[in-house]
Design a protein around this ligand. Structure first.
Ligand SMILES: N[C@@H](CCC(=O)N[C@@H](CS)C(=O)NCC(=O)O)C(=O)O
Length: 357
């Protein structure tokens, strides 16, 4: 569990219902809303401008303000909280039924890595496809301002559209999307769709016949890639019809009655998830390692080779923490489980996820 947020998370109590602030085009908002629905945890959603809504609730804005913002009680006071993964862990402790983290510690570790891959790498496909091609830019620029305020007057809409699109396009390089890396991102997206398609031909979810937090992380990003942005949606239709159907179904899984043996066994999960882990090793791992090195050296950007191209982007302290948290999860396993996980990580080219002490 993330150490720096751990003490706050441990003191958090859920309100009934839990207020969620976000917009429908925000992948992490969709991740959390769908997860709450499946878990049958009461919630309310307020769509709109997060800062305005936080102010309306008379709360201090989290730093940074990221979507979704959820409101919890800490030490008797309401507080605006962000970051889906620790929130999911909190909910898991507070509401034990219908959990999204497998009880088998080895499966829980694999799930942790794939949730992180969804949140931190699949999101690169999302940001790239939303702001790289003209048709997608035009759609996102037009619709996103209206998702904040559906009755926005026409003049403000026009100004908001242009300003927002320009801002987001100017930030593409921050996540590593540029003319050199575009083919790398797009090939990775296509391979990932095929890998997911293959998994779904065996089971309804990544880890069996009940959804995990990794399913929700990936669903959140695909809600944009398949549910919103036209170019990436067309590609998904060509490659992966099962993923399109999965995407639609994931939105509301409240009718599932999950049982403990609905999770795959570790042996089967290793087989079924090997290809996706190969992708993690091929593209996400080099990014995580280069970023962590840059953060340690206090460098503002990093450059590395990913799938044969030179990849340059801004360094993110958060992603250095992601690598650390993966290691914390690994280190919390007993040595037999660690050994078994290491065999799998080696087989899939992911062994360097675990940093030797
Ligand atoms: N690690 C966070 C990430 C949340 C996030 O990045 N949300 C996006 C919207 S989907 C955001 O608020 N971005 C703010 C920005 O781009 O300025 C989580 O898992 O909740």
């Amino acid at each position: 569990m993330q150490k720096d947020v751990c003490s706050e998370i441990l003191r958090m109590k859920s309100l009934n219902p839990i207020p969620v602030i976000g917009v429908p085009a925000s992948p992490y908002t969709r991740k959390m809303v769908a997860l709450l629905r499946y878990r049958r945890i009461p919630y309310t959603v307020e769509w709109g401008n997060a800062r305005e809504l936080i102010e309306k609730h008379k709360l201090e804005a989290p730093k940074p303000v990221l979507l979704p913002v959820m409101i919890f009680e800490i030490d008797g006071a309401h507080k605006a909280i962000t970051d889906s993964t620790p929130i999911i862990h909190h909910l898991e402790n507070e509401f034990p039924d219908r959990g999204v983290i497998p009880h088998d510690p080895k499966l829980a570790f694999l799930n942790y890595v794939l949730e992180d891959f969804g949140d931190e790498w699949v999101t690169k496909y999302m940001f790239h496809y939303r702001w790289h091609f003209k048709e997608d830019i035009d759609k996102a620029g037009t619709i996103l301002p209206l998702l904040h305020d559906v009755s926005l007057d026409d003049e403000s809409h026009k100004a908001f559209k242009q300003g927002f699109a320009e801002l987001q396009i100017s930030r593409l390089w921050v996540v590593g999307s540029n003319e050199i890396t575009a083919p790398i991102i797009e090939s990775s997206y296509k391979r990932f769709l095929q890998q997911l398609e293959d998994c779904l031909s065996k089971n309804a979810f990544l880890f069996g016949s009940r959804p995990s937090s990794a399913d929700y992380a990936i669903f959140g990003q695909l809600s944009a890639l398949i549910g919103f942005d036209p170019t990436s949606r067309t590609i998904a239709h060509e490659i992966s019809p099962r993923v399109i159907a999965w995407q639609d179904r994931m939105e509301d899984m409240s009718g599932i009655d999950p049982a403990e043996d609905d999770w795959l066994t570790y042996e089967v999960a290793q087989e079924d998830l090997a290809d996706i882990f190969q992708e993690v090793g091929k593209v996400y791992l080099p990014a995580l390692l280069a970023n962590a090195k840059a953060i340690a050296a206090e460098e503002k950007t990093w450059t590395t080779q990913i799938d044969g191209a030179q990849w340059k982007q801004r360094s993110f302290p958060y992603q250095a923490k992601c690598l650390q948290w993966i290691n914390d999860e690994f280190n919390a396993l007993n040595s037999d489980d660690q050994n078994q996980i290491m065999v799998f990580l080696k087989k899939t080219g992911c062994q360097d996820l675990i940093v030797k002490e």
